[in-house]
Design a protein around this ligand. Sequence first.
Ligand SMILES: NC(=O)c1ccc[n+]([C@@H]2O[C@H](COP(=O)([O-])OP(=O)(O)OC[C@H]3O[C@@H](n4cnc5c(N)ncnc54)[C@H](OP(=O)(O)O)[C@@H]3O)[C@@H](O)[C@H]2O)c1
Length: 363
Amino acid sequence: VNETEAMQHAIELAWGGWGRVHPNPLVGAVVLADGQVAGEGFHAEFGEAHAETVALAAAGERARGAVLVVTLEPCAHQGKQPPCTDAALAAGIGRVVFGMRDPNPIAAGGAARLSGAGIDVVGGLLAEAVCRQNAIFVHRCRRSDRPFVALKLATSVDGRIADREGRSRWISGEPARDFVHWLRAGFDAIGVGGHTARFDDPSLTVRGSITPRRAPARVVFDRRGELPATLDLVRTAAEHPTIMVAGPETHVARFSILERMGIQVVSGAPTLAAGLARLREMGIESLLVEGGGRLAAALLAEGLVDRFYWIQSPLWLGDDGIPAFHGLPGMGIGETERWTIAERRSLAEDTLLVMDRNPCLPD
Ligand SMILES: NC(=O)c1ccc[n+]([C@@H]2O[C@H](COP(=O)([O-])OP(=O)(O)OC[C@H]3O[C@@H](n4cnc5c(N)ncnc54)[C@H](OP(=O)(O)O)[C@@H]3O)[C@@H](O)[C@H]2O)c1
């Protein structure tokens, strides 16, 4: 196993913390002794052991003189856990290879501390892949006034998200739907447009293999603020935190009914950007928007989408189907943005394509 292969493995391991460690980053680590994996680990629970400590403990005596390969620069600060730099020094590690420098100023400085102690330290191995894996964490460290916004849509080959009757259940197959439950677990909130809320009345809860540490809130963008109180989405608001983002021209009288049912109303947001800023103020740092097509197009046109999870299924729905992006202004090939491909894989018969608006640039 070489260092690059060990880093790829550490990135894989790091996913083990998805849904459990945020707002901390996902981190994986491998101890390499004479080209063999002597120990491995990942940050599995918020506030608990860091990846390096787990991998070093697993390696035991074999860590002496070995290489520690870790996705994120080892932290140099005392938080809920002791500094990882101290654990590496105590274990007698000879060399440290890390992926991305820690963008969190409080935890940074680990590389300098290790090289100051005479350890051979190399940073930047597969840094872009690590940055992509931690896009939400990086966005948070860069102190944006809105959450990290990811959009997820399941479409036909011809870019429709529902058939001519408005039915979208189910365009994609079960493995793709399982993936969406896994994905939801890592976000602070799951959002939909008002038409989708009325038409599909989705539950927007996480029902997959991961129980998230904090269940994501549900957000409905309904400009007129007229969600019917008969929706299950509204009736279950007391059990599952639910927020309605409404525009300035709304039926304020209706709010008290919805509020009595447990909906938190964010009213008077003049634009989607303003609505997102209000969500950020409420502590929502990441939002997964699951449609529909009007909301998707409006967010995209305003430059408010950071990542797109596109699930494409092998069927056609024709011109009367509901378009994935409805109302997007026309653009010339030369003037439109070209996005960066983050991942491509198959989910049984469906295809997942993950793309980022900007390449994830490590600090
Ligand atoms: N396959 C999938 O992945 C998928 C996912 C979700 C939904 N769907 C399907 O999509 C269909 C619904 O989609 P849709 O495109 O009709 O509607 P939609 O995107 O669900 O709803 C649009 C909502 O967003 C509101 N909105 C708030 N701010 C906005 C802004 N700045 N610009 C535009 N809209 C804004 C609209 O308000 P106004 O009413 O004031 O314009 C409206 O309430 C359903 O048939 C559903 O089954 C499919």
